[in-house]
Design a protein around this ligand. Sequence first.
Ligand code: UDP
Length: 335
Amino acid sequence: MPGRESSVLVVGGAGYIGSHASHVLRRNGYQVIVYDNLSRGHRFLAEGFELIVADLADLSQLTPALKRVSGIMHFAADSQVGESMRNPRKYFSNNVQNGIALLNAALDAGVRKLVFSSTCAVYGIPATIPITEKTPRQPVNPYGMSKLFFENALEAYAWAYGLRSVSLRYFNAAGADESGIIGEVHDPETHLIPCALKAVMGERDSLEIFGTDYPTPDGTCSRDYVHVSDLAEAHVLAFQHLDNKQGAAQYNLGTGSGASVQEVIATIEEVTGKTVPRRIAPRRSGDPPELVADPSRAQAELGWKAKRSLREIVQTAWQWEQKLQRRCQDAALQR
Ligand code: UDP
């Protein structure tokens, strides 16, 4: 039986970023228990790990799992901006209410370390770029509000109960593990890189470019795309940081440079050697023109820096999308 000290509960570990963190934790010698209700996660992304399929509200499952670990990585959340505008109830219930239930159960089980999957959406539409951790947090949609609420709860739990935590504010997570075993699977898929790759493969007619009249050099939105394996590595560093650090800390995780939608498409065409079928569409509501991180605090305090380029993001995402397509075709044949 592995020791509690080296064991981590990865809540939402059957999802995109959580599954990558589970693999990196294991490569760093940790014992991982994945906890996921599979509402958005996928069993095959947790293959090879102990998987507990249960809701956060189910204390009969959660409490015994917490008693076996020294800390938590919390990824379980809804994360679609548009959906959060239409159905905020779902976002406050899953991201806030269930998240707080997890914190309370953790305290009761004697767990005092947590790494939280936060987002640059807590900043809303920032007045200045790049975004530092001191940029005002003014989310403009219920998704960002729910993440901010949880960050604030972590601060209060640090003062009152000594809960140590790190909130990692991701910019645009993309790419897939180099092993080809895990990657991004969303249903419906809304993110730029997988949508563009699906258009290349003929799985969708074309990629819609949401707006070409933004105040940016080529008129399309600019984002800070960061490789999911770089994000996963940041989680392990953050977790180790908590051994010597009290309180609640927050870090931006990005590369520090932006790429426009047009630049991403150009990289995809270079990597795949194929054209991305595309058409210009109206702006998507709520999209800020530019979101780029200043990741220097994470570098100074966690020793983290994104190592992988946009090209590597696209290469690994392309390898993964092709694998996913074969997997779906095989499943269809077996039916
Ligand atoms: N985008 C696009 N077409 C798509 C999906 C996204 O033009 O089908 C743009 C979107 O407007 C944004 C950028 O690509 O400027 C990244 O969007 P994504 O949904 O991947 O991430 P977000 O920045 O919303 O978290």
